[in-house]
Design a protein around this ligand. Structure first.
Ligand code: SAH
Length: 350
């Protein structure tokens, strides 16, 4: 059985090459091809002999994704990709342009098990974890297609990153490696719906990335209705883990709060949230819910969103309202994969 060479860390690759009796510098060359250049075939590794390329391709495969569909927003240039994987499954990534550079939002799993009621990612069911190489391949594909360098990563696509912990850790190590893409940990955000034991695992790695919590509600009665994970790891337990995370890593934790009309957007909700977050370094990102047709959630009124933000700010909590990008191209995670599975794709918008 062939091994997945793009999902090895640098030291694992060195060990593999040592077993093949190859000199150390070969590991460096191959790592650069896979992670800096992002080649999809051993044939492209032009500084290796033909014999070596052949023998590598007998032992290893390079799993990468290919573009199935591409959508470009007319509103803001945001690009959304539907990628096809080696086994015919689909995932999504979004590339956004900001003043400081290009950010990619990557998927970490094919589907999601978490079942949040407002999110499209669960609609088509959970299939499997992505390998670390497949997660990284989203960056290489997008970079090549757009001919730009991506400098920032947010793990906010399909899937729950902390439910695919080991592969996500390998991915982070490889993109951060200076002989690979060399993306600083400070430019990487990992988002979780609140899998508390894995927040502690992440804390022990002491990485300089940004941890973001999809909170979306100030108390258990609202949160458990929209986010099943809350029944296992309730709000107070989650916030305690976040405070410990901040203390241990010195990194400010961010909270995502998706505002849904009549569900979590009242003054009382804002005050309760402020009371719970008081005293921590945190930042709250308020997000008007993206209408996912099948989910039936309604976006809060603009005035209510501003009122919510004002209450947080008056209580000393740093809060911003997220600009929605790509709202004309189904940029919410999971929507394209679901539509593809249902077979009602709108090919015209390609
Ligand atoms: N599983 C991880 C990462 C994927 S979701 C997590 O839950 O954090 C990325 C973010 O998009 C999460 O904050 C999620 O709650 C939010 N989200 C999902 N569907 C949304 C929608 N319809 N409108 C606005 N935000 C949404």
């Amino acid at each position: 059985m062939k091994k997945d060479i793009k999902s090895l860390t640098y030291s694992q690759l060195e060990n593999e090459m040592a077993l093949l009796k190859l000199p150390k510098f070969r590991a460096k060359q191959i790592f650069k091809w896979l992670h800096e250049t992002g080649v999809t075939s051993f044939d492209d590794m032009t500084n290796l002999s033909k014999d070596l390329r052949e023998s590598l391709s007998e032992k290893y495969h390079i799993r990468s994704c290919v573009i199935e569909n591409k959508y470009v927003s007319n509103l803001d240039g945001t690009v959304k990709y539907l990628f096809r994987l080696y086994d015919g499954e689909y995932i999504e990534s979004v590339v956004m342009k900001y003043k400081y550079g290009y950010t990619i939002c990557v998927s970490s799993q094919v589907g999601c098990k978490m079942g949040c009621t407002f999110c499209a990612s669960t609609l088509a069911g959970f299939k499997r974890n992505l390998s670390s190489g497949e997660i990284e391949s989203q960056l290489h594909c997008a970079q090549k297609d757009l001919n730009v360098r991506i400098s920032h990563i947010v793990m906010m696509g399909i899937g729950e990153p902390l439910d695919n912990f080991d592969n996500v850790m390998t991915f982070l190590e490889n993109v951060n490696n200076e002989i690979g893409m060399n993306i600083s940990m400070r430019n990487i955000t990992v988002s979780t719906c609140g899998v508390v034991p894995m927040i502690y695992e992440l804390m022990n790695r002491n990485l300089q990335l940004t941890l973001t919590i999809s909170l979306h509600a100030p108390n258990d009665s609202i949160r458990s209705k929209t986010m099943p994970v809350n029944k296992k790891y309730p709000v107070d337990m989650l916030l305690k883990a976040c405070r410990e995370y901040e203390e241990k890593t010195g990194r400010r934790v961010s909270f995502e709060y998706t505002l849904i009309k009549g569900i979590n957007d009242s003054c009382e909700n804002a005050q309760e949230l402020a009371d719970k977050l008081k005293g921590s370094l945190c930042h709250v990102n308020l997000i008007p819910v993206n209408d996912v047709e099948e989910r039936g959630n309604i976006r809060s009124e603009k005035d209510d969103i501003i009122r919510f933000q004002t209450i947080l700010k008056n209580n000393g909590i740093n809060a911003t309202i997220r600009r929605t990008l790509g709202s004309d191209i189904n940029a919410s995670c999971g929507q394209l994969r679901y539509k593809k599975k249902r077979g009602d794709f709108d090919e015209d918008s390609c």
